[in-house]
Design a protein around this ligand. Structure first.
Ligand code: NI
Length: 216
């Protein structure tokens, strides 16, 4: 998901999120965290090109990761985080960098204390009947934003970098970001939640914007 200017204390992650945060400190794993990976920075970690709509790879269903994918996940996650922070964005899904894998990274408060989160095989296991509308953007549709209505709260089950099963529950920005990124794993974009009219307006504007950028 693209960065938004607003920052919401109410959308802070809950303890499940805090538990799963990786230690990105300088070389020392905190609290025996086995999921330690080096702090990704723009200078140290390679960033990857982000696919833009209408790239067809954004529309494919990503495959679940298995035990044999551990090394690939640990190699890819820091690059995805570095790419997300550099964009800047608050969420990125593997299909957006051309990897058809069920892997997402997010950090809904990158400008404050970084709280990077890596979710392997995330799935929504519960969602509220209550719905909420908030503005969304996407790194694969740069410069385009629209109000999207989704379940206000979701509970997501996933594996962390150590392969441990975890759950995260969120509302507000975290809920929207989780749903937005998990959508990417099924080839779904935020514009798919809009009316056909609104979606086509955005896609036309994106095509126009990208074309004029190419000319510059
Ligand atoms: Ni997106």
């Amino acid at each position: 998901m693209a960065s938004s200017s607003e920052s919401e204390a109410s959308c802070r992650a809950r303890s499940a999120l805090l538990d799963s945060i990786l230690d990105f400190g300088p070389g020392v794993a905190r609290g025996g965290a086995q999921g330690y990976i080096p702090r990704p920075t723009m200078t140290e970690t390679e960033t990857l090109p982000i696919l833009l709509v209408p790239d067809k790879r954004l529309r494919l269903k990503a495959r679940p990761l298995g035990a044999a994918d551990g090394d690939a996940i640990r190699a890819l996650a820091p690059k995805m985080l570095a790419t997300m922070y550099a964009a800047p964005g608050i969420g990125l899904a593997a299909p957006q960098i051309g990897e058809g894998l069920r892997l997402i990274v997010l950090d809904i408060q990158p400008k404050e204390k970084p709280e990077p989160l890596v979710l392997v095989n995330p799935e929504i296991i519960a969602e509220s009947a209550e719905r909420a509308t908030r503005e969304e953007g996407c790194l694969s549709l740069p410069g385009q934003y629209a109000d999207v209505t989704r379940p206000a709260r979701v509970k997501v089950r996933y594996l962390d970098l150590t392969g441990a099963k975890r759950e995260i529950e969120g509302d507000g920005l975290l809920s929207a970001c989780l749903q937005h990124e998990i959508d990417h794993l099924d080839g779904v974009l935020f514009v798919d939640h809009l009316s056909t009219l609104k979606r086509n307006m955005i896609l036309r504007k994106l095509a126009k914007d990208l074309k004029s950028q190419q000319r510059e």
